[in-house]
Design a protein around this ligand. Structure first.
Ligand code: AMX
Length: 461
C-alpha cells in the first residue's frame, strides 16, 4: 500500500466506530437494502413453483456421493464445467480486472472481494478500504487462543490447529449469545451472523500466520501492521513483508480460493452445520475439517510433494519422454496425479491459468514452475488415454505450491491453511445469506440397501 492510500485507509478506519459487537457500517447497510427483495423472490419461487422438478436421483447417485445432483442453492458462485468458476457472475479474470486496487499495485484488495461476495456489487476503492478497515479493527487474536495453539503437540497438522483456533473462539459468537438470550428474531439472524463473520474473517490471516510462526519460525505472535491490507499482512507476519511480489501473490491466492460453488465438500459441510443454527465458528471450523482431506484442500500439499519427487527423480531437468515414463510408472503403481482432475470442471481451471500468468511474469525461470508447465503439456494426454478420468486438466492445486515454494514458503503443510483463510470468505458470505433467507435445517433422507432393492424389485443378497 503506498503512503497516500495508507493515510486514506487510516482516515477511513479512524472514522469507523470501534466496531466489535456493533453493526458493521458499509456491509450492513448494503445487505439491509438487498435482502428484502431477495427474500420476496425466493418466497415467490417456493410458493408458486415449489413442485417443479429440477433433477432426478438414481441408485448410482446414492452410492456415488450424490455427484452432480442439484440439491442446493448458492447465489455467490457457480462452476460452469467449461468456463470454471464465476464469483457473483464474474469469471476469475473479470474479478481480478474489475475489483478496486490500490494505485500502483498489481492485484485488488481482498476486502473488495468480500464486499462483492456478500453484496453482488463491485465496490468502489473506498468501499473495499472500508471492509479492510473493519477487518483491521477486529484483527486482534484472543490470548487464550494463542496459548491453546502453543499447547498442542508440536506435530499437530496446521489444519488441525486452524480448525481448533476457529472453534476456540466460538464462545465469542454474538449470534449464539443473542439467540440464547432470546433477543433475536429470525429475520434478524443475519445481522449477528454478519458480525460474527467479520470478527472471524478479520482474524484469519493472523491466525494462519501465527500457526506458521509457531510451527516454523519465532514461536510467537507477530502483530499485524495497521498500514497493511488484510492479504499483505499475512505476508508481513510470516516474515515476507519486504517482498512486494509475494504480497501480490497473497492477494491473488486469497481471491481465487474464496468460493467454488456451494456444494463442494467444505462449503456443503459448512452449510449443513450452520443449518442447525450452529454459528459461524462451529460451521466454518467444520468446513475446514472437510477441506483438510487429501481429495479436497490437502491436495495442494500433495501436489507440491509430487512435483518435488518428480524433480528429485532426475539429475537434470527431465525431457518430455522421461516425464511421460515417470507419469506412467506412477499411474501403474495405482496412484492419482495430484493437481489433475475435478469433480465438476471439464477444462483447465482458470485459477490455474491466472497463477501461471503470475509465474510467467514474476518467476518464469523457476525450476518448479518450468516443471509445472511441462507436466501440463504431458499429463492431460496420458490421463485421456486411461479412458476413465472425467477431467484430465489441471485444477487450482497444480501450481499453487510451486509458487509458494518459489517465494520461500516451503513448509507444505501450511498451504491448505492458506486455502482455508480464503475459503472462509466464501463460506461465511454464503452462511450470512443462508440466514438472511431463512433456509431450514438440512435433512435429506437415507435408505437401506434392502429398501433400494425392494424399489427395483431385486434381491442381490
Ligand atoms: N490421476 C489419475 N486418475 C485419476 C485422476 C488423476 N488426477 N483423477 C481421476 N482419476 C481416476 C479416479 O481415481 C477414478 O478412478 P477409479 O474409477 O479407478 O476409482 C476415475 O478417474 C474417475 O474419477 P473422476 O470421475 O474423474 O474423478 P472424481 O470426480 O471422482 O474425483 C478428484 C475428482 C479431484 C478427487 C480426482 O480427479 C483426483 O483424485 N485428483 C487428484 C487429486 C486432486 O488433485 N485433488 C484436488 C481437487 C481440487 C480441490 O478440492 N482442491
Amino acid at each position: 500500500m503506498n503512503k497516500n492510500t495508507a493515510a486514506h485507509f487510516n482516515s477511513i478506519c479512524d472514522c469507523l466506530p470501534d466496531s466489535r459487537g456493533k453493526l458493521s457500517s458499509v456491509l450492513h447497510a448494503k445487505l439491509a437494502e438487498k435482502i428484502p427483495p431477495m427474500r420476496q423472490r425466493v418466497r415467490n419461487l417456493v410458493t408458486n413453483y415449489g413442485s417443479v422438478k429440477i433433477d432426478e436421483v438414481t441408485v448410482a447417485h446414492l452410492y456415488g456421493g450424490n455427484r452432480g445432483v442439484k440439491t442446493l442453492v448458492s447465489d455467490i458462485s457457480y462452476i460452469d464445467q467449461k468456463e470454471g468458476i464465476r464469483l457473483r457472475g464474474y469469471t476469475i479474470q473479470e474479478v481480478i480486472h474489475a475489483l478496486p486496487r490500490v494505485e500502483g499495485e498489481e492485484y485488488p484488495l481482498v476486502g473488495g472481494l468480500y464486499y462483492l461476495l456478500l453484496t453482488s456489487e463491485i465496490p468502489t476503492l473506498e468501499e473495499a478500504l472500508q471492509v479492510e478497515c473493519e477487518w483491521r479493527n477486529r484483527s486482534e487474536l484472543p490470548r487464550y487462543m494463542l496459548q491453546s495453539l502453543k499447547a498442542l503437540p508440536r506435530d499437530t497438522h496446521p489444519m488441525t490447529m486452524f480448525s481448533h483456533a476457529i472453534l476456540s473462539m466460538q464462545h465469542e459468537s454474538i449470534f449464539a449469545k443473542r439467540y440464547e438470550e432470546g433477543s433475536l428474531r429470525k429475520e434478524n439472524f443475519w445481522e449477528t451472523w454478519l458480525e460474527d463473520s467479520l470478527n472471524l474473517t478479520a482474524k484469519l490471516p493472523t491466525i494462519a500466520a501465527t500457526i506458521y510462526n509457531i510451527k516454523n519460525r519465532v514461536d510467537d505472535y507477530v502483530v499485524p501492521d495497521p498500514d497493511l491490507d488484510w492479504a499483505s499482512n499475512f505476508a508481513y507476519m510470516i516474515g515476507k513483508g519486504d517482498n512486494q511480489d509475494y504480497k501480490e501473490l497473497c492477494k491473488l491466492y486469497f481471491i481465487i480460493h474464496s468460493d467454488h460453488e456451494g456444494a463442494n465438500a467444505s462449503a456443503h459441510t459448512t452449510h449443513l452445520v450452520s443449518s442447525t443454527l450452529s454459528d459461524v465458528y462451529y460451521s466454518c471450523s467444520a468446513g475446514m475439517n472437510a477441506l483438510a482431506g487429501p481429495l479436497h484442500g490437502l491436495a495442494n500439499q500433495g501436489c507440491l510433494r509430487w512435483l518435488l519427487r518428480l524433480r528429485d527423480n532426475f539429475s537434470s531437468f527431465p525431457t518430455r519422454e522421461q516425464l511421460e515414463e515417470f507419469v506412467w510408472d506412477w499411474l501403474n503403481a495405482g496412484q492419482v496425479v495430484p493437481g489433475y482432475g475435478h469433480a465438476v470442471l471439464r477444462t483447465t481451471d482458470p485459477r490455474f491459468t491466472v497463477q501461471v500468468a503470475f509465474a510467467d511474469k514474476h518467476c518464469p525461470d523457476d525450476e518448479l514452475i518450468r516443471l509445472v508447465k511441462l507436466v501440463y503439456e504431458v499429463v492431460p494426454g496420458i490421463l485421456q488415454q486411461l479412458g476413465k478420468v472425467s477431467n484430465p486438466w489441471p485444477n487450482v492445486d497444480a501450481v499453487t505450491g510451486a509458487l509458494q515454494y518459489h517465494y520461500g514458503v516451503q513448509e507444505l503443510d501450511i498451504y491448505t491453511v492458506m486455502f482455508g483463510v480464503s475459503r472462509i470468505l466464501g463460506l461465511s458470505a454464503n452462511s450470512v445469506w443462508t440466514r438472511a433467507l431463512g433456509y431450514p435445517l438440512e435433512r435429506p433422507k437415507a435408505m437401506t440397501t434392502s429398501m433400494l432393492e425392494d424399489i427395483i424389485n431385486v434381491n442381490l443378497d
